[in-house]
Design a protein around this ligand. Structure first.
Ligand code: ATP
Length: 299
């Protein structure tokens, strides 16, 4: 288990991470989210042992993270960190050796992963000759070459087409099934929502939302009703607990304070004509994220 307890990080007198605590267990995919400058990279660097926290503690399976455990960690950074004049093979030998693997292990794992990602023909190609998406695949491969117990993924899908996003997702889910702890960071909430059962949202270094996604949605309470048909919008607007109504393509999205309001909305809708859809949905993580971060800005 990865455990962060009351982590605080100052750069000079600037507070970048403020009393942050969370845990990631084996097999969990954990979302570490936040707006630009919220403190995510600083947190990743502290987990990797590249930066010392000003106070608090970080442990991996009960041990402080230092060079003796970093062989078990993989880190895919947001920015490209490939040595572009090297070939794919040389690059992976370089990173794999840093992770304590021998040549035979590295090359057999590399061949397996290149095949999985459909790019076996790039084995001896220079990194700079690859497209942006294929460079991202190589960066991902180098991050997982050592089958890390703890994998940190910062915007892993950047530059990938939808087909390759699926390939990456499958690999990430399989790694979690095999017991890896995965920390996933992205500004694309729909990706976070697909994988992460647990998450924390940072704002100015402080957690503004954390816990299990199901609990977060439950606590948020607001719901969205989707309706298709001819309905009396003015009447619905006047119902207590209706927050707003958006017209989307051929349907209406009615935002309500809580589940109870749906009965009153339904009464009006049932008097409408040509109703082909009535659905009560949970709000998306994106909606909750925007609301929470907005609230914190206003404080
Ligand atoms: P992004 O989503 O934009 O990558 P982030 O959440 O990763 O942002 P950090 O890079 O951790 O944010 O930065 C957190 C805050 O700390 C920012 O205000 C940043 O300007 C500041 N900061 C980061 N590194 C340093 C440094 N070396 N010295 C001083 N301040 C820093």
């Amino acid at each position: 288990m990865l455990k962060l307890e009351n982590i605080t990080k100052y750069y000079g007198d600037f507070l970048a991470v403020d009393n942050l605590s969370f845990e990631v267990k084996e097999g969990e995919i954990f979302g570490l989210l936040g707006v630009n400058g919220a403190g995510k990279t600083t947190t990743f660097r502290m987990i990797m042992g590249l930066l010392e926290p000003s106070s608090g503690s970080i442990s991996l399976n009960g041990k402080k993270i230092d060079y003796s455990v970093t062989d078990n960690i993989g880190f895919l950074t947001e920015e490209r960190s490939l040595l572009t004049k090297m070939t794919v093979k040389e690059q992976c030998l370089f990173y794999g050796t840093l992770k304590g693997m021998d040549e035979e292990q590295i090359l057999s794992r590399l061949k397996e992963l290149l095949e999985k990602f459909g790019i076996s023909e790039y084995y001896d190609k220079k990194i700079k000759e690859l497209s942006k998406g294929n460079q991202q695949k190589i960066q991902f491969i180098t991050a997982i070459i050592n089958s890390p117990k703890l994998l940190i993924l910062d915007e892993p899908f950047s530059g990938l087409d939808p087909f390759n996003v699926e390939l990456f997702k499958q690999e990430i889910v399989d790694m979690a099934k095999n017991g890896s702890m995965i920390i996933f960071s992205s500004h694309r909430m729909e990706h976070v929502e697909l994988f992460c059962k647990k998450l924390v949202v940072l704002m100015n270094g402080k957690s503004v939302l954390d816990g299990y996604l199901t609990d977060i949605k439950e606590k948020y309470r607001k719901k969205n009703i989707l309706v298709k048909g001819d309905i009396d919008i003015e009447k619905i607007k006047n119902i207590k607990g209706v927050i707003e109504i958006n017209e989307k393509a051929s349907e209406y999205e009615i935002k309500i304070e809580n589940e109870d309001v749906k009965e009153d909305v339904f009464k009006v809708i049932s008097k409408g004509k040509n109703i082909t859809k009535f659905e009560v949905e949970e709000p998306s993580l994106n909606e909750i994220f925007v609301a929470k971060v907005g609230e914190s800005y206003e404080k």
